[in-house]
Design a protein around this ligand. Sequence first.
Ligand code: C5P
Length: 237
Amino acid sequence: MNKKDVIIALDFKDRAETMDFLQRFTDEKPFVKIGMELFYGEGPDIVREIKDRGHSIFLDLKLHDIPMTVKKAMKNLALLGVDMTNLHCAGTIEMMKYAMDGLTEGALEAGREKALLIGVTQLTSTSEERMQKELLINASINDCIVKYAENAKEAGLDGVVCSPLEAAMVKDACGKSFLTVTPGIRYPGAEVQDQVRVTSPADARAIGTDYIVVGRPITKAEDPVAAYRKVCADFLG
Ligand code: C5P
């Protein structure tokens, strides 16, 4: 697994669509993200199958439960062979530490390297207003994101998911080696779809983020392999 990389979001409805897409890649094996839709529809076999094809996998299930449940679930994800996975930082530092323990136990049992564990701070769909009014968090959303990132670091997590615009803030608070994984990547002039704050691959590179998650600019492109190569060239240089 590379230290910096482009992760393609496999936001497809089922295995058939996913495999149709992946079989276009004959010369390279992109790092891919499997989300809830595909995982809950197809089950863990989809992870094993894509892993067997040689791809690194970010399993995006955003766990949030009592610490022991999360630990046991993480152990099973480690046994599945995922390379990166995530949880909600809102589950507390204790839950995050248990999650790390689960991943470590699973990695030892499987004889694999431990998967990277990434925290979700505040979802980009949560506005500051809703966070304050409904969740009763009496802080600015940026302060909340930084505090959750600091908690994640304290628990031993490898990094957080954030918008490219928040990545600099997180790096300032948690240090350069604390990973940032950033969606919301678009080329200037392209359709932004439901994303609001977007950044180009080159700008994401300049900001210093570690992994970018790119979905539709690659999956809906006329030539997805060419689109993937362009994103890689612009982000990785
Ligand atoms: O198609 P697009 O490039 O917008 O896809 C971005 C991917 O990143 C999707 O899988 C989306 O669910 C995910 N994501 C996001 N914003 C977050 C967290 C995850 O867009 N804050």
